[in-house]
Structures are given as structure tokens and as C-alpha cells.
Design a protein around this ligand. Structure first.
Ligand code: ADP
Length: 450
């Protein structure tokens, strides 16, 4: 509709201009003819013996010449009509010339319609006269009427054609949108693998479809990881719950044995502790990911942080007759939120202690590397095979599920460590040799290395 309105507007605006140009052109042409007629007639006028004005018969243009025959003209001398040549009846109305009028003017025809007149003073045999020549201008008016009629009919027709064409073009252009809308309507959380049709990725609609498809891909990935996370989390939660129920049921079969009941309660508390640790870990992950954890960056001295973590886990290492070797120089400061950084170091060190055999050595080293400060935790454990190295930071991933379960690990420790460090703007990497041990390196932007 806008297209039709615009096209009609342009046509309506142009029509008077074109009409005026044609009319002007036709009039100029008619006036030029009149000038020629006037000169021709003037050249052939003369005075006869009695002083009357007459057409020069001796000239090659005899009274029978076409110019003479076809031209209406009259000659006025001192307000009196001296000569009139009216080749066709019903010529211009017989009015005396009006000296004040425009030399070119229109005059009524007796037979109806009008003629264009050119009226100018001339000199015939030394006498001042007024010579008028006329040309029928009804042809001009007829042409203009026909042009106006053509416009009157043509403009609505053109507007109709424009609207029809506009409708077709709009329909053709918008057809991909309909297809995209149809397809988008069919996409639900169950069918996120579908994509919008994109016949031409380079035009505007194609770019929109590409962006939409990329969004769908991200959504699909998020949904997939959410689904996997929910399935893994449910599985992890179900195991201690099943154990709790089984332990309780067995104990109920023989409720009179106080010693067995006490042992059962102990086992149940252990499972409850595992459940509580697991939910804590899941909550931590959820809080990190939702972005609702407001990080409070401060200067953290690494020697203090490492000493604090080692104090917490020292008992566990001592229990396993392991030696904790600390090498953290003073003055190595990073800019971080202390809580998640401590959590990450704690998880990695806890793994090193848990996964290394008793009597081995666990080392913690802090050192600067360029504009980073690195905390390296090394052990003499079994090491991690190359095929597992990329995946051990994934949630719920365990190299040996059965063994880790006994240790109480749910496969979340390293995932939490990685997420924490990345949130703080740092990175975590692993170097490991199967059978010899592993070295985890946490690097953080250093605030000062002095
Ligand atoms: P978990 O809580 O099971 O320890 P993590 O995410 O902390 O989960 O670790 C994932 C897996 O990586 C563990 O199950 C373990 O098999 C392996 N792993 C982690 N740290 C070490 C290490 N220092 N030495 C050997 N294996 C390790």
C-alpha cells in the first residue's frame, strides 16, 4: 500500500508538469508558424493604382498559391478594414484589432472554437497598417484534451499496476520470512537441533537466519549440558540416598543389637556427609554460573593462602604419611577474591593427597612467570593418561569412577577449581606423566612479585 501510494504520488506530481510542458511546446510551435505566415503575407502585400491594398499578383506566389489559399489574414488601415482573406467560412469574428493586446492572442471563431492570432504593425507601399494572421488552434486544444484524457485513464491504471506489482514483489520478498516463521514455530526445547531455512546467507534475511541459527546452536548446547548436568547430579545424589536407605533397612531387621545400630548410624552419617558435600559443591557451581556471586577482588598474598590451605589438609596428608613440601616466597601477591581462589587450591591439593599413594611427597610451589603468579601443586601419584587430561575438568568426570566413589569424590572438584580460577581471570593447566605423577599449575594475574 505504501508502495502504491508513493507511486501514485509521484505520478500525480509529475502529470501537471508534463501537461504544462506539452502545452507550452505546442503553443510555441503554433506561434512560430504564425510568425512565418505573417512574414509571408507581409511580403506579398502592395498598393494598387487607386491606393488600395491588394495581394501582389505578379509574384510567383499567385493568389492560388497554397500559402495564400490556406491563411486567414486581414489588414487594417487607420481603423478601417482594408483587406480580408477568409479562405474558409466561419473564420475569426470580425473585430477590429486591439492595439493594446498581446501580439499573440486567441480569438473566437464563428464556426466555433478559437484561433490564435498574431497582430503587428506593417508597412505596405509606405502606408502604416496593422496586419493580422490567424491559425485555427482547435487542433491544439483537441490534442491537449486527448493528453488529459490519457493521463486521467493512465494514472489510475498505472497505480493499479503498481499496487499489483508491489503486492507480488512484497509477497515474493517476504516468502522466506513466512517459511522462517513457520519453522521457528515448530522448534521447541525438544527439537532444538532444527535450523531455520537459509537459502541465501548473504542477504539481510539470510544474515538474520544465520544469527538465529547460531542462537539456536548455543541454546541447544546449553540445553544439552543442562540435561547432562541434571542427569549426572541426580545419579550422584541417588547413590548416597540408596545407600542410606539400604543401611537403614538392614539395621531395622535387627534393632536390638546396640553395637550394630551404632555402626549403622556412623555409616549413615558418612553418607549424609557425602550428600551434604555434594549439594554444597552443586550449589557453589550454580552460584558461580548464575553470576550471582559478587567477586570481591583484593590483594592476596600467596604464601599466606598456601599456608592456610596446607594447615587444613596437613592432617589428611599426615594420615597418609605423605610429606607436604611448601615453597612459597613472601611478597608474591595476586589480585583475586580470596574465597574462590582458596577453594580452587584446596580442591587441587586435596586431589593430589587423595590420589597419591601413602608415603609419597606432595609439593606446593609459588613463583612468578612474567606478569603472572603461579601456584604449582605436584604429586607422585599414578598420573593422568593423555586421553583423560582434557576431560578431568568436566563435571562429574572421574578417571576411575569406582575408586573415586570410595574416596568420596563426585568428579566436581576440578570443575569447581577451573570455574573459580577462570572467573578470577586466571587459568589452570595440567602436566602429567603416567606412573610418575601430576603437576597442576594455577596462574593468576600478579599484583606484585616483590
Ligand atoms: P573427584 O572429586 O572425583 O576427585 P575431580 O574433579 O577433583 O573429582 O577429579 C576428577 C578426576 O581426575 C578424579 O576422579 C581423578 O581420577 C582424577 N584426578 C584428579 N587429580 C588427580 C591427581 N592429582 N592424580 C591422579 N588423578 C587425579
Amino acid at each position: 500500500m505504501w508502495f502504491t501510494a508513493a507511486a501514485s504520488g509521484v505520478l500525480l506530481g509529475l502529470t501537471p508538469v508534463v501537461y504544462w510542458l506539452i502545452e507550452h511546446r505546442l503553443r510555441v510551435e503554433l506561434d512560430r508558424q504564425l510568425e512565418i505566415d505573417w512574414s509571408l503575407v507581409e511580403a506579398h502585400l502592395e498598393l494598387d493604382g487607386s491606393g488600395r491594398i491588394q495581394w501582389r499578383k505578379t509574384s510567383p506566389a499567385t493568389p492560388n498559391s497554397p500559402g495564400y489559399a490556406a491563411t486567414w489574414f486581414d489588414v487594417w488601415s487607420v481603423g478601417e478594414l482594408s483587406l480580408r482573406h477568409w479562405p474558409v467560412d466561419g473564420g475569426p469574428v470580425a473585430e477590429a484589432p486591439n492595439a493594446t493586446a498581446d501580439p499573440f492572442h486567441s480569438i473566437r471563431l464563428e464556426m466555433g472554437g478559437s484561433a490564435r492570432a498574431l497582430e503587428k504593425g506593417a508597412r505596405v507601399g509606405g502606408r502604416e497598417v496593422t496586419l493580422r494572421v490567424f491559425r485555427d488552434e482547435s487542433g491544439l486544444h483537441r490534442t491537449l484534451r486527448e493528453i488529459a484524457a490519457g493521463f486521467g485513464l493512465g494514472i489510475p491504471l498505472a497505480a493499479l499496476l503498481a499496487s499489483f506489482g508491489g503486492y507480488l514483489v512484497a509477497g515474493w520478498t517476504l516468502r522466506p520470512i513466512s517459511a522462517m516463521t513457520e519453522q521457528a514455530r515448530r522448534i521447541t526445547s525438544e527439537s532444538l537441533g532444527q535450523r531455520l531455512p537459509n537459502p541465501n546467507p548473504h542477504d539481510e534475511l539470510g544474515q538474520l537466519a544465520t544469527v538465529f541459527n547460531q542462537t539456536l546452536e548455543r541454546l541447544e548446547n546449553s540445553f544439552e549440558s543442562l540435561r547432562r548436568f541434571t542427569a549426572d547430579a541426580s545419579h550422584e545424589l541417588r547413590t548416597p540416598l540408596t545407600a542410606l536407605r539400604a543401611i537403614g533397612e538392614v539395621a531395622l531387621r535387627n534393632p536390638s543389637d546396640a553395637a550394630a545400630l551404632r555402626e549403622t548410624l556412623g555409616s549413615m552419617l558418612e553418607e549424609a556427609q557425602r550428600l551434604s558435600d555434594l549439594t554444597d559443591a552443586l550449589l557453589l557451581l550454580a552460584r558461580f554460573e548464575s553470576g550471582r556471586w559478587t567477586l570481591r577482588f583484593e590483594a592476596v598474598e600467596l604464601d599466606g593462602l598456601v599456608a592456610d590451605v596446607c594447615e587444613c589438609l596437613g592432617v589428611l596428608a599426615a594420615d597418609r604419611h605423605q610429606t607436604l613440601e611448601i615453597n612459597a616466597p613472601m611478597g608474591l601477591v595476586v589480585r583475586a577474591d580470596r574465597v574462590p581462589l582458596r577453594q580452587a587450591v584446596m580442591n587441587v591439593l586435596h586431589n593430589a593427597i587423595r590420589h597419591s599413594p601413602p608415603g609419597t611427597r606432595v609439593t606446593i610451589r609459588c613463583f612468578p612467570r612474567g606478569r603472572l603468579a603461579v601456584i604449582e601443586i605436584g604429586d607422585e601419584g599414578p598420573g593422568i593418561a593423555p586421553e583423560h587430561r582434557d576431560r578431568i575438568f568436566d563435571r562429574f568426570y572421574r578417571v576411575d569412577p569406582s575408586r573415586s566413589r570410595q574416596d568420596g569424590g563426585a568428579g566436581l572438584g576440578l570443575a569447581i577449581a577451573k570455574l573459580s580460577i577462570e572467573q578470577l581471570g586466571g587459568g589452570i593447566e595440567l602436566e602429567s606423566e603416567l606412573g610418575k605423577g601430576s603437576r597442576f599449575r594455577i596462574s593468576m594475574p600478579a599484583e606484585s612479585t616483590q
